[in-house]
Design a protein around this ligand. Structure first.
Ligand code: FEO
Length: 169
């Protein structure tokens, strides 16, 4: 049974994923303006990934014969204090998204909605990776303690990020 409550919660998640994409696009713009092409690239890749996540929920809702209802997206910040502050904000955001996914999973469990449980499993695993990746960048930035040379090296490294793999889609 695909309850109204579950449908609404999944629609909310499209909104959360689109909002994530928008926040990462704002961070990409900030990094471009601060002359960090690698961090900019990384954030654009993150934007693409979040859009893929949003579409997964969109397609899933349709595949269960339900209605997609889109919501307004909040304006993201235009400024960040530093690269560290931007990536710490990103980490906090990913932790919130993980909690959203866990709440969805708990609801599907409560409702014995087995197709949704199966669908959400991918996101549970994905969020472990997301937090690990973003948390790793936060740690790396802390390690270079704001040194220009260290940040330049990290910027080059993050500029190598590959586009989301076909398994993501
Ligand atoms: Fe779609 Fe980064 O959570």
């Amino acid at each position: 049974m695909f309850s109204k409550k579950m449908q609404e919660a999944l629609n909310d998640q499209i909104h959360h994923e689109m909002e994530s994409a928008y926040i990462y696009l704002a961070m990409a713009a900030y990094f471009a303006e601060e002359n960090y092409p690698g961090f900019t690239h990384w954030m654009k890749m993150q934007f693409d990934e979040e859009m893929i996540h949003a579409f997964k929920f969109y397609d899933y809702i349709h595949s269960r014969g339900a209605k997609v209802v889109l919501q307004a997206i909040t304006q993201p910040p235009a400024e960040f204090d530093s690269p560290l502050s931007a990536f710490e904000t990103a980490l906090g955001h990913e932790q919130k998204i993980s909690a959203d996914i866990h709440n969805l999973y708990a609801l599907a469990l409560e409702e014995k909605d087995y197709p949704s449980l199966s669908f959400l499993q991918w996101f549970i695993d994905e969020q472990v990776e997301e937090e690990e990746h973003v948390g790793g960048v936060v740690e790396d930035i802390k390690r270079v303690s704001g040194s220009d040379q260290g940040l330049l090296m990290l910027d080059r490294e993050l500029g190598q990020r590959l586009p989301p793999s076909p398994e993501e889609e």
